[in-house]
Write a protein that binds this ligand. Structure first.
Ligand SMILES: [Mg+2]
Length: 249
């Protein structure tokens, strides 16, 4: 299983880099950092869809600028046609940020900070419908995105109402915009910030599929809101991008 996930990830990495070569403005670094998380969720855990909004899993890529990673995974799944990938950010192709006009994209994102609020609303609807134990809402945020105040409004609301079936995963790659988070805006104690709002925190290596899946399992089994803090490398796998401020090839 893990060997297979690594192979899928390698193909996803390659697709991301190819998109970055064709359209130089796409965010290659941020896409590579989140690729293993997406592969673990879509291929390792698997997302269920039983045909109704509260009878399905949701995946919200709140850090929408990493759209190439999502598109590459959707192409691996056969949900979108692989021939669309080279047409990223072209008028007849894929939008630069996830859009619900694209098959397989659950929520339109890109304006940072909104995904967790959307996820909280969907997850609360599941609680009201009695489906919260079967289906989950995954929301993937960047560490830079934590600067958005709306993230913390949602975080406090989720714990207040114990909306335990929304699972945020923070892709902590240590960079935002064109610099290290320490320089652009220091994040201080990320796990501590979530804990202070009543969250349970699970930390993992965001490039190790089995560690990611263990963290997801722990979060799913919890009856309390649980956030996954995944430590990653921006530009993973590409020497001249890895752990640098560079986003583009
Ligand atoms: Mg980041």
């Amino acid at each position: 299983m893990m060997q297979w996930l690594r192979e899928v990830s390698r193909r996803v990495y390659r697709s991301i880099v190819e998109m970055g070569r064709i359209e130089r403005s796409v965010h290659v670094g941020a896409s590579l950092s989140v690729a293993d998380i997406l592969v673990s969720l879509y291929f390792g855990r698997g997302l269920r869809d039983d045909g109704a909004p509260t009878r399905r899993d949701w995946l919200i890529l709140s850090k929408g600028h990493a759209a190439p990673a999502l598109y590459a995974v959707l192409a691996e799944l056969g949900v979108i046609d692989r021939s669309l990938l080279p047409r990223i950010r072209s008028i007849d192709g894929l939008e630069g940020h996830p859009s619900i006009s694209i098959p397989g994209v659950d929520v339109s994102t890109g304006s940072l900070g909104q995904g967790l609020s959307i996820g909280a609303g969907i997850a609360y609807a599941m609680i009201l419908d009695g489906t919260a134990d079967q289906y989950k809402v995954f929301v993937i945020l960047g560490d830079g995105e934590l600067d958005e105040g709306q993230v913390w409004e949602a975080a406090g609301t989720i714990t207040h109402y114990n909306i335990y079936n929304v699972i945020p995963i923070v892709d902590v790659n240590g960079f935002q915009l064109d610099g290290p988070t320490e320089k652009v805006k220091r994040k201080w104690d990320i796990p501590g910030r979530w804990r202070s709002l009543g969250w349970r925190v699970v930390e993992c290596d965001g490039h190790n599929h089995s560690a990611i899946l263990d963290a997801v399992k722990a979060a799913e089994e919890s009856r309390r809101p649980t956030v996954i803090i995944a430590y990653t490398r921006r530009g993973k796998g590409i020497g001249r991008l890895e752990k640098t401020g560079a986003q583009h090839l």
